[in-house]
Design a protein around this ligand. Structure first.
Ligand SMILES: NC(=O)c1ccc[n+]([C@@H]2O[C@H](COP(=O)([O-])OP(=O)(O)OC[C@H]3O[C@@H](n4cnc5c(N)ncnc54)[C@H](OP(=O)(O)O)[C@@H]3O)[C@@H](O)[C@H]2O)c1
Length: 164
């Protein structure tokens, strides 16, 4: 089982503020949908609440310490060990944040790839993606785009692979 991180990250590593995204980038939403469709997605309780519903076509696992947490249409687990156990027979599972979840899983051996949409702008926020250590992670693909009428910032789809 491989965990694949997926995140949209500003220049200064900001990923959100007040439990919301800070930008509207339809190209990133499309990319997220294409990559994650029909896969299982793990996310923290706060990220789940910011989305507000399970994502169609994908099994959503919500991680919370609250024992009776009700997330309709999702599987709820109370710790990371149970989350991993829940997906152990799957091939590839996406980790969709937020920052607490990325931070706890980035160094786990299951975590092998990161699909990062780098948004080339700075934002003031309160949630951050962890620093990507280039001793541990190799950039294997980069597709860059200019801002356009729908996507207000230049951006790039980056793929990182964990070094052996
Ligand atoms: N740009 C992006 O790609 C992206 C992606 C995802 C999220 N975000 C942003 O990131 C922010 C949310 O991130 P966040 O770090 O505040 O929250 P989060 O990681 O989404 O959720 C944190 C919550 O997850 C639960 N949790 C975390 N570790 C746990 C563990 N080991 N065992 C059991 N439960 C655990 C706890 O829930 P309980 O408190 O219920 O126990 C904790 O409060 C938002 O602003 C969101 O918009 C951005």
């Amino acid at each position: 089982m491989k965990l694949l991180f997926i995140a949209a990250v500003a220049n200064n590593n900001v990923i959100g503020k007040d439990n919301k995204l800070l930008w509207h980038m339809p190209a990133d939403l499309k990319h997220f949908k294409e990559l994650t469709m029909e896969h299982t997605i793990l996310m923290g309780r706060k990220t789940f609440e910011s989305i507000g519903k399970p994502l169609p076509g994908r099994k959503t696992i919500v991680i919370t310490q609250q024992e009776n947490y009700d997330a309709k249409g999702c599987k709820v687990v109370n710790n990371l060990k149970d989350a991993i156990c829940e997906v152990k027979n799957e091939k590839e599972v996406f980790v969709a944040g937020g920052s607490e979840i990325y931070r706890q899983l980035i160094n786990l051996h299951h975590t092998r790839r990161m699909f990062i949409t780098r948004i080339y702008a700075d934002f003031e926020g309160d949630s951050f993606f962890p620093d990507i250590d280039t001793q541990k992670w190799e950039l294997i693909d980069r597709e860059a785009f200019e801002a356009d009428e729908k996507n207000p910032y230049p951006y790039a789809f980056l793929t990182y692979k964990k070094k052996k």
